[in-house]
Ligand binder design. Structure first.
Ligand code: ZN
Ligand code: ZN
Length: 279
C-alpha cells in the first residue's frame, strides 16, 4: 500500500482552520503548521474560538494528521541561561498549545552544540526533554528532527537520536521526524535503492522504525554530505526522484505523514509529483 498521508507545511495566515482548508483544496491529506511565529519568543494565548474553528475545519476536510513545528529559536542547551530558560518555556508552551488545539505531534530541532561537549549536551537535552514531557499533557508526542548538522545542530547522526531515546528511557511520547534533505546532507546516501535500504535499516537498528512518526519530504539543493540545509523541489535536487518513489511506496510508511517543506508556491506541483510516484 502506498503512502496515504501526503501534505505540506502550510502558512497559517488567517488562522489554523484556514490552513487546514487551504491544504485540503490542494489535495493534502496531512499538514504541518506553526502554532505561533517561529521567529519570536512571544506567542499569543490560544482562544476557544480559534480551537473550535480549527476542529471544524478538520472535521469538514477529514484531515486528521496535523503536525506542528516548533520555534527556530529553541535551543534547550543554549550556553546563555536566559536563552536556555526561554527555550524550555517555549517548547513547553508549544506542547501545551498543541494539546489545546488537539494536535498530537510537535517537531523540534531541540538544540545545537555551540562548541559544547557533545556527550554532555545530549545529557542536558535529555534531562530537559524528560522534564518537559513530565509537565505537559499526555496527548502530545515530541518528535526530534534529524538535522543536516549545519551550525552544529544535534541529531545529524542516528546514533545521537538513539542516545537521546536511551537517556529518556524510551519515553513513549518521544519519537522522530526524518527529513530526507537533512539526512542526505548529513551523509546518508538515499539516492540509490541500496543506499535507501541501508539508511532505513540503520535507522531501524539504532532508533526503531516504529519511532518514525513524520517525514519531511524535501530534495536537497546542496550536494551529498555537505551538511548544508537547503531544500529543493522533489526530483530536482541532488537526491533525485528515485528516493521519493521508494519512500511513497514503502509499506512501512503508509500511515506516516509525508510533509513538503519546499516553497509554498510550489506545493501543489510537488504534491502532484509525489502522488504520481505512487504505484
Ligand atoms: Zn524539516
Ligand atoms: Zn531543512
Amino acid at each position: 500500500m502506498p503512502a496515504e498521508l501526503l501534505g505540506a507545511h502550510i502558512p497559517i495566515k488567517g488562522g489554523l482552520g484556514n490552513a487546514v482548508r487551504t491544504a485540503h483544496t490542494m489535495g493534502c491529506t496531512a499538514i504541518q503548521v506553526f502554532t505561533s511565529s517561529p521567529r519570536q519568543w512571544y506567542s499569543a494565548p490560544v482562544g476557544d474560538d480559534q480551537v473550535r474553528e480549527f476542529q471544524r475545519a478538520r472535521e469538514e476536510t477529514g484531515i486528521v494528521d496535523v503536525v506542528s513545528h516548533d520555534s527556530y529559536l529553541i535551543n534547550l542547551c543554549a550556553p546563555t541561561p536566559e536563552i536556555a530558560e526561554k527555550s524550555f518555556a517555549g517548547l513547553k508552551g508549544e506542547i501545551e498549545r498543541c494539546a489545546k488545539y488537539g494536535i498530537d505531534r510537535v517537531v523540534s530541532h531541540l538544540a545545537s552544540y555551540k562548541g559544547q561537549d557533545p556527550g554532555e549536551t545530549l545529557l542536558v537535552v535529555a534531562e530537559r526533554v524528560s522534564q518537559i514531557l513530565d509537565e505537559t499533557p499526555d496527548s502530545v508526542t515530541l518528535l526530534m528532527e534529524t538535522t543536516a548538522g549545519q551550525g552544529s545542530s544535534i541529531n545529524s547522526r542516528f546514533e545521537e537520536i538513539a542516545m537521546l531515546l536511551e537517556l529518556t528511557k524510551g519515553h513513549p511520547r518521544f519519537a522522530v521526524c526524518l527529513d530526507t534533505c537533512h539526512v542526505f546532507a548529513a551523509g546518508y546516501d538515499i539516492r540509490t535503492s541500496e543506499g535507501y535500504e541501508k539508511t532505513f535499516a540503520e535507522f531501524d537498528r539504532l532508533v526503531g522504525i516504529d519511532r518514525l512518526r513524520a517525514i519531511h519530504v524535501n530534495d536537497s539543493l546542496k550536494p551529498f554530505g555537505s551538511r548544508v540545509d537547503r531544500h529543493a523541489d522533489i526530483g530536482e535536487g541532488e537526491i533525485g526522484i528515485l528516493a521519493f518513489e521508494l519512500l511513497v511506496n514503502d509499506p512501512r510508511f503508509t500511515r506516516v505523514p509525508m510533509l513538503l517543506e519546499t516553497d509554498a508556491e510550489r506545493h501543489l506541483e510537488n504534491l502532484d509529483r509525489l502522488k504520481s510516484l505512487r504505484q
